[in-house]
Design a protein around this ligand. Structure first.
Ligand code: FNR
Length: 343
């Protein structure tokens, strides 16, 4: 497993680690809850379960798509799935496209299912057809399928795609697959126009994956010989801006937040901005690599507890109640709402 593709998978991990910043720039500091002093609630009554379409999840946050496709990333998927098993949170694999071309890499994804019989999401790029989608679902016996849309990343990659006709593929997959299909960005955020297009072809679940955490403009630019595309490192909408773009769709679609999630308060704010669930990649990768499996398990269990503390403060017994909570936005975000006609 030392192909150019496998090598790229390893580089993505090492560069995500190199540029990891424990303070994200996803916009969560620009929104806040209002404290109330009489919540009239028992923390032990709180139910953290949620759903993506008809898929029930015991916890509203999960390990978002990252790895697989090389020997090194097989070891990472082994560790991540052990963390998922110990904590009961869901897990997405990284893009399985490589395993469709090189069968020696199948195990680097399938290891997740071997370890964990809880919710696992398969992952594939939007240039793939229905037959490929079925194969990657089968590879990990997936409970949901993520289709990533990563135009900015492809364009910055020297070896990336240059043609982008994705809607027909997505529509065909969504209409013929009977598990939830999630269309996801990879850290550049989504706009209401994109979400409207996805909704119009039958997509029911979207992951807005916003800017502010792992930055594939920076990562792919670093991989170029001449690092001339650095000016794109601020391209895209932050996670909070993207959630505002998605907000009006939250009664029709399952919205998933990701991009720079660092703590339970970011998760709670994402949910109050309309999300059903929240994905974390860079943070968990960093924890598994730096601190190991046991520490990461403890950290995730702390997140569950932290989320319950915040929900107690907000007097919310369920994720649905948290979704109804109003946040106060700073003046920059109010201006963003006005210019984008989102208010
Ligand atoms: C990713 N991400 C990703 N997404 C995807 O849909 N398919 C993939 O194969 C990958 N690969 C990948 C590798 C690595 C090393 C990282 C860190 C991330 C993107 C990821 O799922 C997420 O959308 C972004 O990373 C933003 O979230 P974080 O990292 O800021 O929490």
């Amino acid at each position: 497993m030392t192909s150019q593709h496998s090598q790229r998978k390893n580089e993505h991990v090492s560069l995500a680690e190199k540029f990891f910043d424990n303070h994200s720039k996803s916009g969560f500091d620009n929104v806040r809850f209002i404290h109330q002093s009489l919540p009239e609630i028992n923390l032990n009554e709180i139910d953290l379960s949620t759903n993506i379409q008809d898929l029930k999840l015991d916890f509203p946050f999960y390990i978002e798509a990252m790895t697989g496709g090389s020997d090194y990333t097989k070891k990472l998927n082994d560790k991540l799935s052990k963390v998922a098993k110990a904590t009961g949170i869901a897990m997405a694999t990284g893009s399985q496209s490589i395993a469709l071309k090189d069968s020696s890499t199948v195990e680097s994804f399938a290891v997740a299912r071997k370890n964990y019989d809880g919710p696992i999401f398969a992952n594939i790029g939007a240039s793939h057809n229905l037959s490929d989608a079925k194969k990657v679902i089968k590879m990990v016996n997936a409970d949901a399928l993520e289709i990533h849309i990563n135009v900015a990343q492809e364009l910055i990659m020297p070896e990336g795609e240059r043609k982008f006709y994705w809607l027909d593929n997505i529509q065909n997959i969504v209409s013929n697959i009977n598990i939830p299909v999630i269309v996801k960005e990879v850290g550049f955020g989504m706009a209401k126009e994109t979400i409207q297009k996805l909704k119009s072809i039958g997509v029911k679940n979207i992951n807005i994956s916003g800017r502010g955490g792992t930055n594939f403009a920076t990562i792919e630019n670093f991989r170029r010989h001449n690092k001339e595309l650095n000016y794109l490192s601020t391209w895209g909408q932050t996670t909070v801006e993207s959630l505002l773009e998605a907000y009006s769709f939250s009664s029709d679609l399952s919205i998933i937040s990701s991009g720079g999630i660092r703590n339970p308060l970011d998760i709670a704010k994402s949910i109050a901005l309309g999300s059903n669930a929240v994905g974390m990649s860079g943070f968990i990768l960093n924890s598994v690599i730096k601190n190991g499996i046991e520490e990461t398990i403890n950290q995730i269990n702390e997140f569950k507890n932290g989320l319950k503390i915040i929900m107690t403060l907000l007097s919310c017994r369920t994720i649905y109640e948290l979704q109804q909570k109003k946040l106060v936005l700073d003046s920059k975000l109010v201006a963003y709402l006005q210019q984008r006609s989102l208010s």
